[in-house]
Design a protein around this ligand. Structure first.
Ligand SMILES: Cc1ncc(COP(=O)(O)O)c(C=O)c1O
Length: 433
């Protein structure tokens, strides 16, 4: 391939690729390592996005690259349904061991987070013989039809793509900065979780509900962290009514919050846990791990797919789990503390930062036009993302109001790189705030 510039490649992209698959920056990657991406013109960027939460262990982590190479030289694909292979069963065993819950579990693998969501729903419906699924406001679960239906944000994810799947019901989430009930924590006594019992009166009968699916920290929806006790209350109500509790840890899992799984912060044990993104450091892989008694229900041949649990992806997944050892989780936790300090400091100096929130290094800041009215500053967030990229920092936004700057930086970022990143972020913030 000829050495092309970003602009030449962009012309090619525009001619041959539709606009639907969006681009946050107009650059093309040449190589990436740790927390730095270099584009085709040799310009380097500090990466605070990690491919949207996929590079927790860093771009091209040595152990991961070695595992990929080793597997690629042996065989690339046989299809797990035709001829099985060790990396799949070994990774399933490891996922059963490391996920929360001291009970027999089983894991199956698919290619993407959305597919994990689809399969979680299939298993829950099959196991309970019930039709309904409860999801949450601000939720994001992916772009396939059921995953998109469960997703709450209309633009851009759902707009024009209806009709959606039936039997999906939506509860408010514990978005304390903008409480859907106008209450304040802790005086509210987490009414938003208790509301589930009321929900069964006005929206859907409890005995029609197969599963409740929820993110431990809402990612795309705005890095929203519920208060302690929230999930325990929801889970207790689910248990009372025989509803399967599905935790979507696709963005929050694999060490992103300072613990291997975000559920661990809340002392809640899901019946089914969905993983993806950082599970294989960039290889397409996602997992559905659940109580064996549920996972064993669907009949033989009822679940699967040609590529699900591809051997190279599973080998990469095993390397990721090895890499995410206690030391790396400590690094993640420490990074979270550093990021919080930096963001809280920025908040004390820039009025535009209405809220800083997150768990560990899954942290973000919500930009508002005015701290009192909390009017979302979506245009400023967009401008900040653009200016940061132009100055060598890749950072992305999120939030139903598109006004949250989120940080999903690889844990292996060096202190120098972090300093550089924050220097750019603050400079750009000065320009717009
Ligand atoms: C919480 C959550 N669930 C599901 C998905 C969908 O994953 P994928 O894009 O791999 O289909 C995402 C992706 O951002 C996510 O953040």
């Amino acid at each position: 391939m000829a050495n092309r510039t970003n602009q030449e490649l962009m012309a090619l992209r525009q001619k041959h690729v539709p606009p639907g698959p969006f681009n946050i920056t107009p650059i093309f990657a040449q190589r990436a390592k740790g927390a730095v991406i270099e584009d085709v013109e040799g310009k380097q960027y500090i990466d605070f996005a990690g491919g949207i939460g996929v590079e927790n262990v860093g771009h091209c982590a040595e152990q991961v690259v070695a595992a990929i190479k080793e597997q690629a030289e042996q065989f690339i694909h046989t299809c797990f349904h035709v001829v099985m292979y060790e990396p799949y069963v070994e990774l399933a065993k490891k996922m059963n061991e490391v996920t929360p819950g001291d009970f027999p579990k089983k894991t199956m693998f698919v290619n993407s987070g959305a597919e994990a969501v689809e399969n979680g729903v299939k298993i829950a419906r099959y196991a309970t013989k019930r039709p309904a699924i409860i999801a949450f406001q601000n939720a994001f679960h992916g772009r396939t039809y059921m995953a998109m239906t469960l997703t709450s944000q209309v633009k851009p994810y759902k707009w024009g793509f209806g009709p959606f799947c039936p039997e999906v019901y939506r509860m408010p989430y514990a978005y304390c900065y903008r409480c859907p009930f106008g209450l304040e924590y802790p005086a509210c006594e987490i009414h938003c979780a208790e509301y589930l019992e009321e929900f069964f009166i006005g929206h859907v009968a409890a005995d029609s509900v197969a599963a409740l699916i929820v993110e431990p920290v809402q990612g795309e929806g705005g890095f929203i962290v519920p208060p302690q006790g929230y999930f325990n209350k929801l889970k207790a109500i689910c248990e009372k009514h025989g509803i399967i509790f599905i935790m979507d840890e696709i963005q929050a899992g694999m060490g992103r919050t300072g613990k291997l799984f975000a559920s661990e912060h809340f002392d809640v044990i899901p019946d089914i846990i969905l993983t993806g993104k950082s599970i294989a450091a960039g290889l397409p892989l996602a997992g559905i791990t659940g109580k064996a008694e549920l996972m064993d229900k669907p009949h033989v041949g009822g679940l699967g797919g040609t590529y699900g649990g591809n051997p190279i992806a599973c080998k990469a997944g095993l390397a990721v789990l090895d890499t995410l050892n206690a030391d790396m989780l400590d690094t993640s936790k420490n990074l979270g503390e550093k990021l919080r300090k930096r963001l809280v400091d920025l908040q004390s100096r820039y009025e535009i930062i209405g809220d800083v929130r997150g768990l560990g290094p899954m942290i973000g800041m919500e930009l508002v036009k005015d701290r009192k009215s909390k009017d979302p500053a979506a245009d400023d967030a967009k401008e900040l993302v653009r200016r940061c990229y132009e100055n060598g920092l890749i950072v992305i936004s999120c939030g139903v109001y598109h006004n949250v700057i989120r940080i999903l930086v690889p844990f292996v970022i060096t202190d120098d790189q972090l300093e550089q990143g924050f220097a750019i972020l603050e400079d750009m913030l000065k320009g717009i705030a």
